[in-house]
Design a protein around this ligand. Sequence first.
Ligand code: CU
Length: 219
Amino acid sequence: MARRTVLTLSATLLVIAAIAAYVFLYLTNVPGSATAAQTANGAQLNLATVPAAATNDPHPTWVSYYVTNGQGTGWQHDTTFVVPAHSLVHVTIRQYDSSSGLRNPFISQATGTVGGTFTLDGKTMQAINPDLASHVFAIPQLGVSVPLAGIPDNAKNACGNAPCDPSTTAHTTTTFTFRTGAKGLYRWQCFVPCGAGYVLDFGGPMQTVGYMDGFLKVV
Ligand SMILES: [Cu+2]
């Protein structure tokens, strides 16, 4: 009888400990967020994509998005972006990674942006060569999707780990504008199979918030 009580108690304590670990390690462990800068023209979001996160990151070999300031410096590893509701959001993404290419060439077109276009290194475009895609910035609920071109495979001064210096390392610069709707939490993600080393290249950073996924918090 005493033995059965001890066993039952131990099992109960184990379950409680497991639930507590789940709550504190996962449910309350929310990634940080970054608020878009307010400019005279509307909200401005400055992002960067890198071939590898910072060397002191929990996953220093993973591809990732980062937030920067307007000069492309002041790097923050956040992928929740706070933007105003019913507003224009201007986005600039400095992209430091090489191309992975798309399996579905449809995604090489921009959708859901103002004018249906984006600029790549200053040139207005509607699509890129699908083979040149390095990452995609897509907000499926808003119909927004913009392809990001990779740097050439033989680029000099390619950046390794974040943070990357925009004045000395190779990158492409993509800009576009989209309009937000109602307040709410919207998911964004990359669609390029860029999770090298994982099943179908869609695992690891591709399925982890904080790397190739995040949220748009419309307030
Ligand atoms: Cu990606």
